[in-house]
Write a protein that binds this ligand. Structure first.
Ligand SMILES: Cc1cc2nc3c(=O)[nH]c(=O)nc-3n(C[C@H](O)[C@H](O)[C@H](O)COP(=O)(O)O)c2cc1C
Ligand SMILES: [Mn+2]
Length: 479
């Protein structure tokens, strides 16, 4: 393992020049604006640690933008640093494929035990939590956090990143979209009229955050998945009240429970689509029973916004690799690459490159790529291209779409697929909390298989000529 915990990770990031410290910023909108502008206007979006936040003592810090660079993703996942996107996806896919889940390792003690606040003494507002965007309905303590819960019948532990808004000093609003594993577990508790125990970890090893926001299959704990990726178990501590295992590396733990009949207004929140699409609704409330924290805790934040953002950046590699793997497992041969660009939110635009082998191969790849588990939620456009197109190069992809696709023949529409109230294109009348549907376009931008041999040859400088020209003229005209 290349680092021991969040503090060591931050030290290493500082070592390669990607850490910035900002002192004196206001939690109300200013931190949100700095985060957003730094990520949009820097060549390499920095990781920023805010200290001396307005109204808060020095030492209570907030780190944002953790995973928003290739180097930081490589450090977190122990991968080579300078790979082109498609090579990173290929290598990452191999890592996921080779991954053997490793269950967490229970330990008795952890630094977050340094301070334990019981219900009567605690006030979650004592920890600096931003209101990130002007339209936000509150201060969001949960944007880069882990929501840890357990299945009441099957016993497995799930971790998800589901946004959390402060309601007041002792209550938090929790938003879990339909179908989320945490929500399924909650519904099981509520069906038996039992309180739903929840632990929230803030500030931790960033690898667990990556796993928590990813489509790890139902029934497999994100702890086991992250341990498998790390090739070593994740250390956890079982909390005394709920028995929930939480990462020993955490800076802060909030332990609580949702009650079956309690709902409060949650939202609006500047969401990952770049809109306030789900507005506000009544959602479950986490009643805080205990807070644990390290001395001078470092909290973490990853506010979504108009893409590309931190989350869409690091997820693009992960989602691309997962879709590729799922397509191969579904039996689609000769896939050359898969790319879910950060600009397309990783969920709304998927490109698959194939070497066409038989009639219908392109449609098969496209339909499946729009429906496999890692792509099923919201995915709007799936584009299938030939093997000469690099799916991570949008110039190439647009060229293929505009020259090899005849819209009337080559765009298939699927109806009644999985959407969500967060989908900005759904009018209110079609936003049902329990069942929102959308449609999908499968764009076949491959040369038509039935007359592929007659398809016009493309204009290209041959590789051997390109090499010679580079040697002879490169210094003069290429830079
Ligand atoms: C920064 C960030 C915020 C997110 N917020 C939410 C959210 O508020 N609600 C939600 O249902 N999913 C949210 N997600 C997506 C889930 O974390 C993701 O789909 C995850 O795979 C869910 O875990 P599960 O499959 O165990 O349910 C968010 C992801 C990120 C990276
Ligand atoms: Mn899960």
């Amino acid at each position: 393992m290349a680092y021991t915990d969040l503090r060591d990770w931050l030290k290493q990031v500082d070592g390669f020049g990607e850490l910035k410290t900002v002192e004196g910023a206001d939690w109300d909108l200013e931190i949100g604006a700095i985060t957003e502008m730094a990520r949009k206007e820097s060549k390499v979006p920095p990781c920023i640690v805010f200290d001396e936040i307005k109204d808060y003592p020095k030492g209570r810090r907030l780190a944002v933008g953790l995973l928003n660079s290739m180097k930081r993703v490589a450090l977190t996942t122990d991968m080579p640093v300078d790979l082109p996107p498609m090579d990173f996806v290929r290598a990452w896919r191999q890592r996921i494929k080779d991954m053997q889940p490793i269950p967490p390792h229970a330990v008795k003690d952890a630094p977050f035990m340094e301070n334990v606040l019981d219900e009567k003494d605690l006030d979650v507002l004592a920890f600096p939590t931003p209101r990130y965007n002007v339209g936000d309905g509150g201060r969001y303590i949960g944007t880069a956090h882990l929501t840890i819960t357990q299945d009441p019948q099957e016993g497995w532990v799930n971790i998800g990143t589901y946004r959390i808004m402060i309601q007041d000093g002792k209550n938090l609003g929790l938003y879990m979209s339909p179908g989320r594993h945490g929500r399924i577990q909650m519904e099981k508790f509520f069906a038996e009229n039992r309180p739903f125990p929840v632990a929230v970890a803030i500030g931790y090893d960033p690898l667990i955050f990556m796993a928590s926001a990813f489509e790890v299959p139902y029934g497999l704990s994100e702890y086991d998945f992250a341990g498998g990726i790390r090739r070593a178990p994740i250390d956890v501590v079982r909390l005394e009240r709920s028995g929930l295992p939480v990462p020993a590396s955490a800076e802060m733990i909030i332990e609580g429970e949702c009650l079956p009949n309690e709902r409060r207004e949650e939202g609006p929140f500047g969401e990952w689509t770049g809109y306030y699409a789900s507005s506000s609704r009544t959602e479950p409330v986490i009643k805080i029973r205990r807070i644990y924290h390290r001395n001078d805790p470092i909290m973490t934040g990853a506010p979504p916004s108009r893409p590309p953002t931190e989350a869409t950046f690091y997820k693009s590699f992960w989602r691309s690799a997962m879709i590729w793997e799922e397509l191969e497992r579904a039996g689609v041969p000769d896939i050359q690459g898969v790319w879910c660009p950060p600009e397309g939110n990783t969920r709304l635009w998927t490109v698959v490159s194939i070497k066409q082998r038989y009639p219908g191969h392109a449609r098969q790849a496209g339909v499946l790529a729009s429906q496999v588990h890692a792509a099923a939620y919201l995915g709007r456009f799936t584009i299938v291209v030939d093997e000469d197109i690099d799916p991570s190069d949008m110039k190439d992809v647009l060229w293929a779409m505009t020259t090899r696709c005849d819209p009337i023949e080559d765009i298939e529409i699927l109806r009644r697929c999985l959407s969500s109230p967060l989908d900005p294109i759904l009018p209110k009348s079609r936003k049902d909390k329990a069942a929102s549907f959308n449609s999908r376009a499968i764009i076949d931008a491959c040369r038509p298989y039935d007359w592929i041999k007659d398809f016009p040859p493309s204009v290209k400088v041959p590789e051997d000529l390109a090499k010679k020209v580079k040697e002879k003229w490169g210094k003069k005209v290429l830079s």
